[in-house]
Design a protein around this ligand. Sequence first.
Ligand code: SAH
Ligand code: SF4
Ligand code: F3S
Length: 453
Amino acid sequence: MPHAPPPQTFKVKSFGCQMNVYDGERMSELLTDQGMSAAAEGEDADLVVLNTCHIREKAVDKVYSDIGRIVKNWGRKDGSTPLIAVAGCVAQAEGEEIMARAPSVRMVVGPQAYHRLPAMLAEAAQGKRVTDTDMPVETKFAALPQRRKSGASAFLTVQEGCDKFCTYCVVPYTRGSEVSRPFSDLLDEAQRLIEAGAKEVTLLGQNVNAWAGEDGKGRSTGLDGLIRALADLPDLRRIRYMTSHPSDMTEGLIAAHGEVPKLMPFLHLPVQSGSDRVLAAMNRNHTVDSYLRLLDRVRAVSPGIALSGDFIVGFPGETDAEFEETLKIVESVSYAQAFSFKYSPRPGTPAATMADQIAAQVMDERLQRLQAALQRSSLAFNQASVGLRCEVLVERHGRRPGQWLGKSPWLQSVHFEGDCAIGDLVEAELTEAGPNSIAGQIAQPVRNRPGPQ
Ligand code: SAH
Ligand code: SF4
Ligand code: F3S
């Protein structure tokens, strides 16, 4: 198949979790460093990188339909098609299958190998099809260019991979085992992001609270130590982290929620199910009771903290009564927000071959009931914050002219009007609540040039 070498414009499309969004940004930086430029919105690109997610079944189907659409719609007059690269977790898990099934794909690159994109691109431009799904021990991060661009809120991957092996999950296979990036590299990257305009940094990891390293003085430290060091950077105003595993919530990290004002009052702590039998079958290593006790300890140091979670309905063997227990935990926690999914059997995971897979219709019904309960819970949380004054970080323009969108400390999306700019922290009063967003009014003049606290 002829191609138009060499590619000059690119498009990176990321699916899945925030870490994929982060990886997508890093790939874009890498390609920009090669002298390429991002294709304008709505314009065909010479190179399309599909940065994929393997977490549930539909995600894989989407990759193949996306490839089909690009080939069909983007064919050029000279008969060439764009270079297509498949990156991310589907690339890692099904690289060979993709190469066999989709001849238009020229490159397959796993999440731990994307720093090699430029070299692969050179080979692909010669008409070769290239796969790299190695998980090198040396870190890819050192090979990536420095950060130069950032929005008001930035992602920063601090930890990658997972050693937990929940029986339903592909992540330990697609991302590899737990690796923490070094403390000083992270402070450097945070500093660059701040210089590029970030006011908030969200620390990312598949198990972000498993991060471990040595601080500047050579002392072993956990995520709380990293958070405290980041909080000392004067122009960084907010710190968040996700996703955490209940087994890695240390005393130090809990204490940080009460002691570090820049650490936002929000905790995403997935529980997955409200049934101890299901949790054991999932290999989650916690019980309903240990999870609830953990939340009590967090609330003791940070009373108004917003809690968020992930849920799976229809795990193999889940009975009606066990599902009811999940509804019960939703009632008792009062989540501010949450994600809920139908169980999806993933090839190679232990749960995929367990007996008593649940019928689709039963899963549909359970998901609807769970989502209704979670909607009620987030609406109640948002309603309870009406009348509060809080700082909102202005992140982007809203849909209507003059409207802004920002985030409250509790990660609520707040929309409001007024005289401000992206990156400002404005004092706002929260005035009207919906389940997914909240209306606000600027209450104080803009504080966009804060000094050290
Ligand atoms: N590391 C995080 C999240 C990983 S994936 C954690 O441990 O919580 C994000 C969410 O996707 C999970 O929390 C889980 O709720 C969901 N998920 C993972 N595998 C799934 C599967 N096979 N079917 C349905 N949902 C799944
Ligand atoms: Fe998947 Fe469990 Fe690891 Fe989370 S902790 S990434 S759900 S295996
Ligand atoms: Fe998906 Fe991989 Fe993230 S499977 S959820 S992109 S770690």
